[in-house]
Design a protein around this ligand. Structure first.
Ligand code: ADP
Length: 161
């Protein structure tokens, strides 16, 4: 029985994240998505909004759950009985920092390993930042996020004026 955690900001969840979630959920028995509460970053969406969007987005997966966490990813993994951390790689620019983080995590907790999924080509350019940028101009985001998240983006930017 392999349990994995997939940590990230998910501000908001994109189709690139969903691609990783779909593929990882086929490889592991149980996948726990962890929304990192990072006090150094100011997200567009609150933790509760990010949780709500992710829960809507993964409702069809029977082996995927969503939680929030702060602190170390390896601690979050251990709390959930997970032996694997899932991360996605978009470009070589992701590689250096991701490799460092994976090595540090493995040093701290040798029983937890990081598994990388390379992005599907159609999502290689896609980030939450880019989806927010496009949505902020009122442009169409259906290629980047699912319809529920698109509506949340529309409402958020309408609120912000
Ligand atoms: P973080 O702030 O931890 O990088 P993100 O929400 O930006 O949080 O990303 C979470 C994880 O999902 C990271 O491993 C990131 O590389 C991966 N990811 C984000 N977008 C994509 C994408 N389009 N294709 C593949 N992986 C992605």
């Amino acid at each position: 029985m392999i349990t994995a955690v997939y940590p990230g900001s998910f501000d908001p969840v994109t189709l690139g994240h969903m691609d990783i979630i779909t593929r990882a959920s086929r490889v592991v028995d149980k996948l726990v998505i962890g929304i990192l509460i990072n006090k150094k970053k100011t997200p567009l969406f609150t933790t509760e909004e990010r949780l709500d969007m992710l829960r809507h987005s993964v409702a069809q997966f029977s082996n995927v759950t969503v939680e929030t966490f702060d602190g170390m990813t390896v601690e979050f993994a251990k709390r959930n009985g997970a032996s694997v951390i899932i991360r996605g790689l978009r470009a070589v620019t992701d590689f250096e920092s991701e490799m460092q983080i994976a090595q540090i995590n493995h040093e701290i907790e040798p029983t937890v390993d990081t598994m990388f999924f390379t992005t599907s080509l159609q999502y290689a350019y896609l980030s939450s930042t880019m989806a927010k940028e496009v949505a902020s101009y009122g442009s169409e985001v259906s290629h980047f996020v699912n319809p529920y998240v698109a509506e949340c983006l529309r409402k958020k930017f309408a609120q912000l004026g």
